[in-house]
Design a protein around this ligand. Structure first.
Ligand code: SAM
Length: 324
């Protein structure tokens, strides 16, 4: 099957990264290399592109699609939670830009047997890296009712999560839940028809999102990874983060905002003791896709692009708090 994924907000991402042709860029979510290809087109032979993905299929496609560019290209099969280690193994180059285009690719969703889609019957898997780790079936069949209800609430924002968890536990007592179709049936039985009709989309969509986030531990690693990315930026370097749901976006917004703060001492201290420094400045508010893009790529509907620029390190000096 051909790898199909239409990159989201491609022009805005390029503008955000403000490509320096001799710079070093990291694409933490290579996918089909749609964004990376646009970056590589703008790099000189002195420039460098480092791409990561945890999905071996994406890595193979990206290698092929990036094979002919003149810049130096390093493609690494890794979860971006190891970004610090990957960069260290590549010589810790100061970065001009880092991109995160979070979540799954259209190719992953469209490949039925990977079990990401609630619309196609397939084994209940949902691993972005199918080489290891727990599957969606492990979550559905081994998590306690309380834990299932918690992830449906926290990661799916599903109001009927408790009842769906109860139905799952009852169903699996008779027979393990092995296929996406079985899970969709259970969810449909748990949520009354009238509620399903009134709700925004099928509840299985939110349940699948919740299980996918749990299987791939998608949220827990974001804050630390964004911080590591910023630490590796050269002054003036940019971080661009594309998120696709409010849970990811809240973490991106909060983590970037934290890094715009200087001193975080309690105000009653006369001088700064924390030595916390502003690391970045935000470049505007979150951007969304244009109407034109939305008409061609519905996947861009929930996308938000947040961008920040690394500041030069300040000289260490005693900071006297105002009013003390
Ligand atoms: C939305 S797609 C990227 C599409 C790409 N920007 C393009 O334009 O073709 C997201 C990709 O990130 C990968 N991914 C998601 N979370 C990851 C993580 N924690 N570490 C490494 N790769 C990850 C997925 O496997 C998927 O291939």
């Amino acid at each position: 099957m051909e790898f199909h994924h239409v990159s989201v907000m491609p022009e805005e991402v390029l503008e955000a990264l403000h490509i320096d042709s001799d710079g070093v860029y990291v694409d933490c979510t290579l996918g089909g290399a749609g964004h990376s290809r646009r970056i590589a087109e703008r790099l000189s032979p002195k420039g460098r592109l480092i791409g990561l993905d945890q999905d071996a299929e994406a890595i193979a496609v990206a290698k092929e699609r990036l094979a002919t560019f003149p810049c130096r290209i390093d493609i690494v099969h890794s979860n971006f939670r190891y970004l610090g280690k990957v960069l260290s193994a590549l010589g810790d180059p100061p970065l001009s830009g880092v991109l995160f285009d979070l979540g799954v690719s259209s190719h992953q969703i469209d490949t039925a047997e990977r079990g990401f889609s609630y619309m196609q019957d397939a084994p209940l898997d949902m691993r972005m890296n199918p080489e290891g780790g727990k599957t969606a079936a492990d979550v559905a069949n081994t998590y306690s009712e309380e834990d299932l209800a918690r992830i449906f609430h926290d990661y799916g924002e599903e109001r009927w999560g408790k009842r769906i968890a109860e139905f799952i536990v009852k169903a699996r007592a008779e027979k393990p839940i092995e296929r996406t179709g079985e899970l969709v049936d259970i969810v449909s039985r748990a949520v009354p028809k009238a509620v399903r009709r009134a709700q925004n989309g099928h509840p299985a969509k939110r349940i699948f999102q919740a299980i996918r986030i749990e299987v791939n531990d998608e949220l827990a690693i974001l804050e630390q990874t964004f911080q590591v990315a910023v630490q590796h930026l050269a002054p003036g370097g940019r971080i661009a983060i594309l998120t696709f749901h409010s849970l990811e976006d809240r973490i991106a917004k909060r983590t970037l905002q934290e890094m715009t703060r200087g001193c975080i001492c309690p105000p009653e201290l006369p001088v700064c003791m924390c030595h916390h420094q502003k690391e970045i400045r935000l470049l505007g508010k979150a951007r969304t896709a244009t109407k034109e893009e939305l008409s061609e790529n519905p996947r861009a509907k929930s996308a938000k692009l947040r961008v920040a620029e690394k500041l030069a390190a300040k000289q260490e000096e005693v900071e006297v708090h105002a009013g003390t």
